[in-house]
Design a protein around this ligand. Sequence first.
Ligand SMILES: [Zn+2]
Ligand SMILES: [Zn+2]
Length: 275
Amino acid sequence: MKTHFVPRVNQLDSIQLDNEITNLLRQQIQNVLQVLPPGLLSHLQPEINLVLNSALWNFSIRTCYATFGQQMLSITYEKDQLPVEKLAFHYFLTTILPYAKENCHFRLTSWSRLQKLIQLAENALVLFNLVNFFKFLRTGARPTLVDCLLRINHRSLDGAKRRNIGYSYMTRELVWAGFMELLGFTIPFVNYHALKRKIRNVLRLESTHRQNERVELNADTKCAYCSERVILPHHMGCRHVFCYICLKGNQLADSGFQCNVCDYRSDTFKKVVVL
Ligand SMILES: [Zn+2]
Ligand SMILES: [Zn+2]
């Protein structure tokens, strides 16, 4: 008995993997359906799911006595616990019953009494699942309600080997999370505007600004900062025109803001007056 022991975590993980596999395939089918004209196959959604679930069931439980998730974790059902009639019942519980429920939700929406009944049954199922889960935690066998109903157990294929847990991923995640936190903390302290200006000053050796030039403003004038049509034209003292928002925003962000065309610097600015 002990050599076929399956840890609880593996049994739970196998259920999780099964759900992931089903969702992955459903998503793929959804992607295909999206390409087709709308309404062509969307009304057959329950049937499509039934075919998918039946195919999954056929290639896993019927042929290997283990779901795909269980196969990935080297678990299987006890073969002698699953004779043909139990296998058929398993198919009914895991595939036909969900199809019937989905069908009722999808097609018989006007049958309010039936819907209420289904809701009641679903609530009861949640409760039974909870009770079964507590039982599973205690005994370590039959994690799902279907397993419990059919009285079938999991068996390990590679003996009582415990699962080795690799901590390398966890360490990587922790290091990455720490790095992100550090970035999140330091980035607000970096003044990019000032940094950009300093680098530009280093790269551009000679100053090109000339004072006391006339401001040019005509129908084609573009803002020196955003290169768009100027909104509320303002200038710092050089001949280049800025939008009010561009100039004020930059001066607030960087106290040493310079005109980004001619490097002219001023702490104040004026409205451009058209004479
Ligand atoms: Zn602008
Ligand atoms: Zn300028």
